[in-house]
Write a protein that binds this ligand. Structure first.
Ligand SMILES: NC(=O)c1ccc[n+]([C@@H]2O[C@H](COP(=O)([O-])OP(=O)(O)OC[C@H]3O[C@@H](n4cnc5c(N)ncnc54)[C@H](OP(=O)(O)O)[C@@H]3O)[C@@H](O)[C@H]2O)c1
Length: 341
């Protein structure tokens, strides 16, 4: 393979999750949301080099605005001999394409941009059809914003199912869901979601949702696995905490001579979620990949990390609220039932 790099990691060492279809997803993926800070080309360059270095799983989304550039990287990798079947590529349907007639064309557009004939996984990015443009601030609202409506979500989901039937997509899943919304989906779906992508890091462990999806045979994929230190301003509030500065994380990192990011990735994989850390910096994404193939943390270390959950949600989703006077908690069904319109 011409793109081989000397300090790369053998991708066959990376543990995989096996779906009922027998397809396997590497238990670490590279995130590709540049947090309004990194350019599409920087991210595509990172994807190219990360795959050359041993990554085989890339987490994309139409709204990240870089699928065309990532497609260029994927084409280079294919030319170097990276087989499509050895890559796991996820993408996501953006909120402004939930209408029945938009889902299949949106997926086809993503495939054209990525230069692929199928996706391994396609997610409904948010359960709300509420649009926000890239780069907006926290006060931005879609003037046509709506609450969650199950019938509308199922109309979108039927099109997701069509994508599986037509072969454009191998698996479908959800993101930013809650237990009551998932319950309804599982009741009504002809094809079940195989993944729920959710925010998961030591300070935000979501134990109830995590246990629920696992009990339903759904794989939790964890975003912001390092506590998203570079997230956009709209996703910062004064009480947010920082996982990589937590004394328990630092203590384990010091004792083992590893980085706090390494500890977060190792913890995530051992707990049973698939982390998708983002970085455009080689030392950082290699560090995360090394954590994925490292020896396990001890039971005591896992217990110490389980104990630092602070319920600190970072991606609160304010821009998706649908009426005046709401708080972001309303998006997350805090009372165990879908927040009424
Ligand atoms: N489904 C959804 O709604 C959703 C929402 C958010 C994210 N996501 C996905 O999840 C991915 C990851 O989330 P995220 O990017 O917000 O957060 P993250 O992965 O927790 O944090 C990424 C940041 O951490 C720093 N970092 C990375 N590796 C490091 C290392 N080894 N040591 C020290 N610092 C390190 C980098 O900061 P610097 O750049 O400052 O160095 C990087 O920008 C996204 O890229 C996206 O693919 C999905």
């Amino acid at each position: 393979m011409s793109g081989f790099v000397p300090d790369s990691i053998d991708p066959t060492l990376v543990p995989v999750y096996r779906f009922p279809t027998e397809a396997t997803m590497p238990k670490i993926g590279l995130g590709t949301f540049g947090s309004d800070k990194y350019s599409p080309q920087q991210i595509a360059d990172a994807v190219r080099d990360a795959v050359r270095s041993g990554y085989r799983h890339v987490d994309c989304a139409a709204v990240y605005g870089n699928e065309r550039e990532i497609g260029g990287a994927l084409r280079d990798l294919a030319a170097e001999g990276v087989r499509r079947d050895d890559l796991w590529v996820t993408s996501k349907l953006w909120n402004d394409r939930h209408a029945e007639e938009d889902v299949v064309p949106a997926c086809r557009q993503t495939l054209a941009n990525l230069g692929l004939d199928h996706l391994d996984l396609y997610l409904v990015h948010w359960p709300f059809p509420n649009y926000h443009a890239p780069g907006v601030d926290v006060s931005a609202r879609d003037p046509h914003a709506q609450p969650y409506r199950h019938e509308a979500f199922m109309a979108t989901w039927r099109q997701m199912e069509r994508l599986v039937a037509s072969g454009l997509v191998r698996h479908i899943g959800t993101s930013n869901m809650t237990i009551p919304k998932l319950r309804l989906l599982l009741r009504d779906a002809a094809i079940r979601p195989v993944v729920d992508q959710m925010e998961l890091h030591p300070h935000f462990q979501q134990p109830e949702l995590f246990d629920y999806v696992v009990s339903e045979g759904i794989l939790p994929v964890g975003y912001c696995p390092l506590g998203s230190p570079s997230r956009p301003e709209r996703d910062r509030t004064p009480n947010d905490t920082s996982d990589m500065d937590d004394p328990a994380v630092l203590e384990i990192a010091d004792r083992r001579g590893v980085t706090p990011a390494w500890v977060c990735v190792r913890w995530a994989i051992q707990r049973g979620q698939v982390p998708i850390p983002f970085s455009v910096k080689r030392a950082q994404y290699l560090d995360s990949l090394r954590a994925a193939i490292a020896d396990p943390l001890s039971e005591g270390e896992m217990a110490a990390l389980a104990a630092i959950d602070r319920g600190c949600r970072l991606i609160k989703g304010q821009v998706f609220l649908w009426k005046e006077g709401q708080t972001w908690e309303d998006l997350w069904d805090p009372h165990g039932e879908i927040t009424p319109p």
